[in-house]
Ligand binder design. Structure first.
Ligand SMILES: [Zn+2]
Length: 283
């Protein structure tokens, strides 16, 4: 699946799609609460009101850069809280190559934040060592985000994630720490969308008068467009997360900005439009 924004193309490569089982993540999104949001079907919810979600990456090609935004779960990782995220052996890298993006061709890796499902393919296991998957890339990580997680001692799950997917990149000298509003290229810049994590960013794309936004996790599922007050259990600061969603929807509603959802399954992208007192995604 590909989108064109002026001179920029964005290609989606999926690692995993899931139906249901999201109650741990979005406890307010019960089937009874999801069913009345008719526009979620068929891409984002089942007829029974179960949420459909994806773990996926986006390759952003500008006239002179090839950027991979978020690197999913990865293979062979251990210490993950969700059992089937451990010791995975999935075809993501060959799927990426088949889509035209062998790892050596990527010049920039961008992590919207440092959670487990956004940094996994930063590294792969070779002869018992975690090595950078994208050897020719600069890996861009938020300075605020990195400083925050390095300073949190009581999260054993995050210690695993940093240890196998972030620290090896820093030690290989491939990491560049960026501000939350950094301009990466004439077409690509970061926008702070804080709340889910302290240094969380979204990715703005602007080219030839066309605009798009890769969300990262300021929302996880389109049901949060109808209900910005629904927070995920993974949010660092739920109140700030709600404020960020309200601000972003207010700014985006009725504009032609193509919103590309990091965990949105199916059509994955659309425009935010007003819907009564609230909003919906026009996918
Ligand atoms: Zn995520």
């Amino acid at each position: 699946m590909k989108w064109t924004i002026g001179d920029v193309t964005v290609t989606k490569v999926v690692e995993l799609e899931m139906t249901g089982g999201s109650r741990f993540l979005l406890p307010q999104a019960t089937p009874e609460a999801v069913l009345p949001i008719a526009w979620l079907r068929p891409h984002f919810a089942t007829p029974e009101g179960k949420l459909i979600m994806a773990i996926q990456t986006f390759v952003v090609e500008t006239p002179d850069r090839r950027i991979i935004v978020d690197t999913c779960l990865g293979n062979d990782k251990q210490g993950r809280r969700i059992p089937h995220w451990n010791e995975r052996n999935g075809p993501f890298l060959s799927d990426l190559a088949e889509a035209g993006f062998p790892p050596e061709s990527i010049d920039t890796v961008l992590c919207t934040h440092l959670h487990v499902d956004h940094v996994g393919w930063n590294t792969r296991l070779v002869d018992g060592k975690w090595v950078p998957t994208f050897p020719k890339a600069r890996y861009l990580m938020g300075r605020t985000e990195y400083d925050h997680w390095i300073g949190v001692p009581d999260r054993p799950d995050m210690a695993h994630v940093l240890g196998d997917s972030v620290t090896p990149i820093v030690e290989a000298g491939l990491a560049t720490f960026v501000e939350t509003d950094a301009e990466l290229t004439p077409e690509i810049s970061l926008i702070p969308t804080i709340g889910h994590t302290p240094g969380h960013v979204s990715v703005a794309i602007r080219s030839k008068g066309e605009h798009a936004l890769i969300t990262g996790d300021f929302m996880h599922h389109p049901c949060q467009i109808a209900h910005p007050e629904w927070s995920t259990t993974a949010d660092s600061d739920a109140t700030q997360g709600i404020e960020t969603r309200r601000r972003m929807f207010r700014e985006l509603a009725g504009t032609p900005v193509l919103v590309i959802g990091t965990h949105f399954a199916g059509a994955t992208a659309g425009r935010i439009v007003r819907d009564g007192d609230g909003y919906r995604l026009d996918a």
